[in-house]
Design a binder for this molecule. Structure first.
Ligand code: CUA
Length: 313
């Protein structure tokens, strides 16, 4: 969170070396464009005033060409464009060359959340924790549609595609918490498809990685954690709140009317079924757009969500 305060009005904080290089190149392009703009528009205004029509007998001299001038106005932009091209290529090469000693993390995208899986099997929805000054490679795929993994503070963005793997790498040099966005329109809650990257010290990371994620938590607290990462985009907590899915307020024990007729009482089995087979019984007035949580949540987590829903009035 500390990093957020250093955000300038211009750009988010630059947390990686690549990000700084992108900013420097961007600054060069901005200044080169600004100078060109002033020269061209300024020249236009100056000449329009200086050579405006002065009287009825104004004669314009015939000028066929000026070799030196034409060479300069072609050659100088050519040099500027080549500098931008080579410089851009160098930064892009750095962005796309994966260091061999990277720590690898799998990323699974689906409507509308991100799940990170570490080598030791630890899964973390919506929160990627990494050590500072460590090369990290994310190997990403999608369960449903195109998403795009975008970390503004790292100046890094990559499409996440169903049926194939894509990757990004970074080395965060500053401790802090950085925002991840989905940058490819992927449906109703595209804007709510968020995650955080926590950059912590090596010791904090080792401890985080080896700790059971739900250690010492009651089932309802586990459920609340899962709600805040995996359900929150589509299910509200206020009575009557209508997001993509029904509100969770007072949902347990309620009798819901179903699409296509009939009713169901919301009990443990209905909640479990709705997570594993979301299209089996859809509440009236909603669409069957929820992705299955089968393979995403284990038994402990499903039970946690059920217990959490029971606490919501
Ligand atoms: Cu996922 Cu937009």
């Amino acid at each position: 969170m500390s990093s957020a305060s250093t955000t300038s009005v211009f750009m988010p904080p630059a947390v990686t070396e690549v990000a700084k290089n992108v900013d420097t190149l961007y600054g060069f392009l901005l200044i080169a464009s600004l100078i060109s703009c002033i020269l061209v528009i300024g020249g236009l205004i100056y000449f329009a005033m200086k050579y405006r029509r002065q009287g009825d007998n104004d004669k314009v001299p015939y000028i066929s060409h000026n070799t030196a001038l034409e060479f300069l106005w072609s050659f100088i932009p050519f040099v500027i464009f080549m500098v931008a091209f080579v410089w851009g290529w160098v930064v892009y090469y750095q962005l796309r060359t994966f260091p061999v000693d990277s720590m690898e993390v799998m990323v699974n995208a689906q409507k509308w959340n991100w799940v990170f899986t570490y080598k030791n099997g630890r899964k973390s929805p919506a929160l990627l924790t990494v050590p500072v000054n460590q090369n990290v490679k994310l190997i990403m795929t999608s369960k449903d549609v195109l998403h795009s993994f975008f970390i503004p503070a790292f100046r890094n963005k990559q499409d996440v595609v169903p049926g194939r793997y894509t990757a990004v790498w970074f080395n965060a040099e500053k401790l802090g918490s950085y925002q991840v966005f989905c940058a490819e329109y992927c449906g109703d809650n595209h804007a709510g498809m968020l995650a955080k990257i926590d950059v912590v010290t090596r010791a904090e990371f080792d401890q985080w990685l080896s700790t059971e994620p739900y250690k010492g938590l009651a089932p309802a607290q586990i459920g609340q954690k899962i709600y805040s990462t995996s359900c929150i985009a589509c299910h509200g907590l206020a009575p009557g709140e209508k997001k993509t899915g029904p509100t969770f307020a007072g949902i347990f024990g309620k009798t819901e009317e179903l699409e296509g007729g009939g009713t169901v009482t919301v009990d443990e089995n209905y909640i479990r079924e709705s997570m594993m087979l979301p299209n089996a019984k859809i509440v009236k007035g909603f669409q069957g757009v929820m992705p299955t949580q089968s393979g995403q949540l284990d038994d402990e987590e499903v039970a946690g969500v059920i217990e959490y829903l029971k606490t919501l009035k």
